[in-house]
Design a protein. Structure first.
Lengths: 370, 713
């Protein structure tokens, strides 16, 4: 095998793929990146056996097709340090040679046939949306997953594709994030029998690789796995097994108390109040009164705090206690200028935050009575 | 002078009732066993108010012959024995002929029965011992027995009964035992008219297990089977992570009869050594089938204890069966790993849960090291003569840091004081092998093989009294108190801990008598070894402290102060989490809902044996709520009704402290070590962390001098 690549493009592709390669693994082959040269392009593949990334590098000049395994950490360092415009990768039976302008590395070869198969984007039924909006949808849900739960489905994001819309939902049973987006369908939708829960680790990986431009993202959900393609990158992941809770049921239908807030200002107030909390005593009282919301926290041995925030509310006074981190998680992913609506029922029931762009966040209060 | 006289039947039946019929659950057990003995296919059990008001058991068995009804309720009358010799080959559950007579004496009993060839049924009643002669009645084939107003004429006993939920918990447990032993029976249990269990006949035990303990448990059951010299052991043992805080998950059945047996429990514990923490017990559903003449079941009125003619072969067979199984798991996993890396299909196939894989690997490496140890003495029968082996000090010393040869030698001494190992023939010859196996990462598991591999074939009497407390040791082996022996109260984490506890505690007691523990006033000179223990010089000698246990203890004290000062927060759940519990545990928990609510743990009934957690203590936000509830259940099971809010809070705090504390394997800076040791006094009054592991060991100056031959010089 012999390939000549532009150095920067190759280094970029390698960095993308190595994002999923486990630093330590009981299976040494997983700490390698598969480099595949086919006529017209080079394909880089990395996987941790659950998530796989393929990068199709079409700027590579393939002189002789073939495939080789490259030790991820070592080659990352080589590509970072090499100089010159171009890098030549040549594999023989004895060794893999990486050559830059004034340096040459010979690395031992191992058998590429042992490397697990990572799917390319071969789906015929898929949905298309802009990569920017997919990125936003993922950022708004993935934080609410619970990867340590014994209910494995909570460790992923539910991804429902329907016709020209998609809904992502994630919950750790204390709070729930649901967000709707638009997309266009190509071919048939996802198989109806599948409950498509995508592991949060895969979601984060997908989010990381999505650009903010107008680039398109192609999403295909199949019986056992999900494929997401943007530009030259295809990420595949197996789906989480298990039942996702019926999230629609826990969103309160009506909230008698409701008022608007500016995300940035509210976030700032919550962060200020959060300073005086501890692991054992995390509650912050949100006192909602006419014209003013007061955030009060008080922890023995830590101290007390009072933070005020003017609000457009004219009703009865109500105090509700939240773990401020749950509120902050939500506010953090919003545009500071965005207006949100806080809906409350009473001090013991779920609170609902909504935005005007299809984002709903439900959080359960802390109860302090004993 | 009072004269000796023969007691009338009503009195001796009452006396017998005292031991046979202890509580409503005993009635249920005796009557269900009668039904099984009567070849019933279906048994319905109905309970009112925990069994104190009514117990009704209906079966479709062969019935009682009309002429025998009166005999059935008189004592020492049974259909199950004919000659005295039968007593030594009992194939039925009952045989003493006491149960019905005893029940008749202390309750309002009604028996209706019809044999298949009779045209009508017969009914007999007994009102607190006053028999009403049999009268004809209509009845289906089989027997229906109603026991109402139990202990109506024994007010003390009646008062002694616990709440309906607790008593029903006991009944459910008895029901569970019989249901597990007889998967082919159709069984139903109702309480106050509500159906608790309806178990259709099923072909295999696993289905029953799933029915009682949930699919999760059933999926983690590992089948075990062994057939040796007419003794068959079969059933399921639980995956190590199913372990419980009590032995309640251990179901042992001998010829279909639920039994408790210290020897077998110990064998089970040994076979899991290193896989479950000390203080946790593996789960099992094991059936032993052996010729009835090899075992005496006539030991205790309730027959839950038996005497084996020779328990040692059984001990070894059980141990071997489970270990062989763990080794077999090894083959499976290797196979999977081999194909895993080459085959293309793997990427698509749902991959094995990595955690499970890790556990399996640990299991395998542990089982390997164990099998080495244990196969040796077994292969050479009469192993008691094999104690002549080279002193293994260098090998044992190698585990320790080579930086400090003094420590290495010291450990050698701690690990193998001659008086301690010499008489122990099984541990002796194996020590060389297992030390070789001790690679650093496997140390936590394999090291235990050095520690306390029991010598089942060695009689306690063979232990000479030198060097350690024989009485304590004998107790450990005969099984009168497994937990009390210092050598067994250790944990897999450390060979040092394991062995040193045994030798140190005993030798200190011997050499020093009641010597005072280390004082805090002395300037601290400490070093960290293996990133796990702190070795501290004290005035009396040196102390080895488990850094995790110490930090956990310190955090616990801090947390408790903070929690007592403030309000308890509880995080409500948006989506309540359902948890399946066995009926007995659910019943226990049901009585404590209010108490749990005070602590911020909201639990509600969900129907059947399922409960839901609606909120949980905010300070435990990193812990799975289901785990909290299960641990609380275990606590309630061990402490019964007397558990106080304080105890429960304590256990929650311990859980939290344990999670937050530094772990073994964490390197500490000298400043951190000083800060930790500054609060060492907290450890002095608690020699064990909540998991039952010792927190600190002391090696006295005297002991050091003795080991180096300086004593009396």
């Amino acid at each position: 095998m012999k390939v000549i690549c532009p150095r920067l493009a190759l280094a970029g592709a390698f960095a993308t793929v190595s994002g999923v390669v486990p630093p330590r693994s009981p299976k040494p082959i997983l700490s390698q990146v598969k480099f595949q040269a086919v006529p017209g392009e080079a394909i880089l593949i990395g996987t941790d056996s659950e998530i796989g990334i393929r990068y199709e590098l079409d700027s590579a000049e393939v002189i002789q097709p073939g495939e080789v395994l490259l030790p991820c950490a070592r080659v990352s360092a080589i590509l970072r340090e090499l100089q010159g415009e171009r890098v030549t990768i040549e594999a023989t039976d004895e060794a893999t040679v990486i050559r830059g302008e004034r340096a040459e590395y010979r690395l031992p070869t191992s058998d590429p046939a042992e490397f697990p198969v990572v799917q390319g984007f071969d789906a015929v039924d898929y949905h298309i949306l802009s990569s920017e909006s997919l990125k936003k949808l993922i950022r708004r849900t993935v934080f609410a997953t619970d990867t340590e739960s014994t209910r494995y489905a909570l460790g992923g994001v539910l991804c429902e594709l329907k016709g020209d819309g998609l809904t992502l939902a994630a919950t750790d049973t204390r709070r729930l994030a649901v967000v709707h987006g638009v997309c266009t369908a190509h071919g048939a939708g996802a198989p109806a029998s599948v409950i498509p829960v995508i592991p949060s680790k895969a979601m984060s990986q997908i989010e990381k690789n999505l650009g903010t431009g107008d680039e398109q993202a192609w999403v295909a959900i199949r019986t056992n796995d999900v494929l997401v393609r943007t530009g030259p990158v295809t990420i595949s992941s197996r789906l989480v097994e298990g039942r996702f809770p019926k999230y629609q049921d826990v969103i309160p239908a009506e909230t008698p108390i409701s008022f608007p807030l500016i995300a940035g200002a509210f976030y700032s107030a919550v962060r200020q109040a959060q300073i005086v909390t501890s692991d054992e005593s995390r509650g912050v009282d949100f006192v909602i009164a006419a014209g003013m919301m007061t955030l009060k926290s008080s922890v023995a041995e830590v101290g007390q705090s009072t933070v005020e925030l003017p609000i457009a509310y004219e009703g009865e006074e109500l105090t509700i206690t939240f773990d401020p981190r749950y509120v902050a998680d939500f506010l953090k992913v919003l545009d500071p200028a965005q207006t949100i609506t806080l809906g409350l029922q009473d001090s013991e029931s779920a609170a609902v935050f909504t935005t005007d762009d299809g984002y709903t966040y439900v959080v359960m209060p802390l109860s302090k009575d004993s | 002078m009072s004269r000796i006289r023969q007691l009338p039947p009503t009195i001796f039946n009452k006396i017998a009732a005292g031991e046979v019929i202890e509580r409503p659950a005993s009635v249920v057990k005796e009557l269900m066993e009668n039904s099984v003995d009567a070849l019933a296919q279906r048994i319905d059990v109905e309970i009112e108010a925990g069994g104190a008001d009514l117990i009704r058991i209906t079966d479709d068995g062969e019935g009682i012959h009309p002429d025998d009804l009166l005999l059935a309720v008189s004592s020492h009358a049974t259909s199950k024995l004919e000659t005295a010799d039968d007593l030594f080959r009992i194939r039925t559950f009952g045989f003493r002929g006491e149960a019905l007579a005893s029940i008749a004496e202390v309750s309002r009993l009604q028996i209706r029965s019809r044999t298949p060839d009779a045209i009508e049924g017969r009914e007999i009643r007994s009102d607190l011992g006053n028999l009403v002669p049999p009268i004809p009645c209509g009845a289906p084939v089989g027997t229906q027995i109603e026991v109402a107003d139990l202990f109506g004429n024994v007010p003390v006993r009646r008062k002694f009964l616990k709440g309906a939920a607790t008593e029903f918990g006991h009944i459910a447990e008895q029901f569970t035992r019989i249901a597990l032993a007889h998967p082919r029976l159709h069984l139903a249990l109702r309480h106050n008219g509500k159906l608790v269990y309806e178990l259709p006949a099923c072909a295999n035990l696993l289905d029953r297990i799933a029915m009682f303990f949930g699919q999760d448990t059933a999926k983690k059951c590992i089948p075990v089977e062994s057939d040796l010299a007419g003794v068959r052991i079969w059933g399921f043992v639980g995956h190590p992570n199913l372990s419980k805080a009590t032995r309640k998950g251990q179901y042992l059945f001998l010829n279909g009869r639920w039994i408790q047996d210290r020897t077998l429990q110990h064998a089970l514990g040994e076979s899991y050594r290193g896989l479950v923490m000390v203080g946790r017990y593996p789960v099992c559903f094991l059936f032993i089938e052996m010729p009835p003449d090899l075992v005496d079941v006539n030991v205790h009125p309730t027959k839950s204890e038996v005497r084996f003619q020779d328990s040692q072969p059984l001990y070894r067979q059980l141990l071997a069966a489970i270990r062989t199984k763990f080794l077999a798991l090894d083959l499976d996993s290797q196979l999977r790993m081999g194909t895993g890396s080459s085959s293309a299909a793997v990427a698509n196939a749902p991959s094995v849960d990595p955690k499970a894989e890790v556990v399996q690997r640990e299991l395998v490496s542990w089982a390997r090291s164990q099998s080495l140890d244990w196969s040796r003495p077994n292969s050479s029968p009469g192993g008691s003569g094999s104690s002549a082996h080279p002193a293994p000090t260098p090998a044992a010393g190698r585990i320790w840091s080579p930086r400090d040869p003094g420590y290495a030698y010291l450990t050698g001494q701690i690990t193998r004081p001659d008086a301690f190992t010499a008489p122990r023939d099984t541990a002796g010859p194996s020590s060389g092998d297992s030390s070789d196996d001790l690679s650093r990462d496997l140390a936590p598991l394999t090291a235990t093989s050095l520690a306390t591999l029991p010598a089942p074939e060695t009689e306690p009497a063979q232990f000479p009294a030198s060097g350690f407390d024989t009485a304590d040791y004998a107790a450990t082996y005969t099984g009168t108190s497994f937990e009390s022996g210092p050598a067994t109260s250790t944990v897999s984490a450390s060979d040092l801990t394991a062995l040193a506890t045994g030798s140190l505690t005993s030798s200190t007691t011997e050499a020093l008598g009641s010597s005072a523990p280390a004082t805090n006033s002395a300037p601290v000179r400490a070093m960290q070894v293996h990133d796990c223990y702190l070795v501290v010089e004290t005035e009396e000698g040196l102390t080895v402290v488990d850094q995790h246990a110490l930090h956990e203890r310190i955090l616990y004290e801090q947390l408790r102060n903070r929690v007592l000062a403030g309000r308890l927060e509880s995080q409500k759940l948006l989506i309540p989490q359902p948890i399946d519990l066995p009926a007995a545990e659910r019943a226990l928990l049901a009585e404590q809902y209010d108490l749990l609510a005070q602590l911020g743990l909201g639990v509600e009934d969900f129907g059947g044996s399922t409960i839901v957690v609606t909120r949980y203590p905010g300070m435990l936000s990193r812990t799975d709520p289901a785990r909290i509830v299960r641990d609380v259940c275990d606590l309630l099971a061990t402490q019964g009704k007397n558990v106080s809010p304080r105890d429960l809070l304590d256990s929650l705090l311990h859980m939290m402290a344990c999670k937050a504390a530094i772990k073994a394997g964490q390197r500490l800076s000298p400043e951190e070590i000083d800060a930790l040791l500054a609060q060492r006094h907290l450890c002095d009054d608690a020699h064990h962390c909540p998991h039952g592991r010792p927190t600190a060991l002391t090696l006295s100056r005297n002991e050091l001098d003795r080991q180096f031959g300086r004593l009396g010089a």
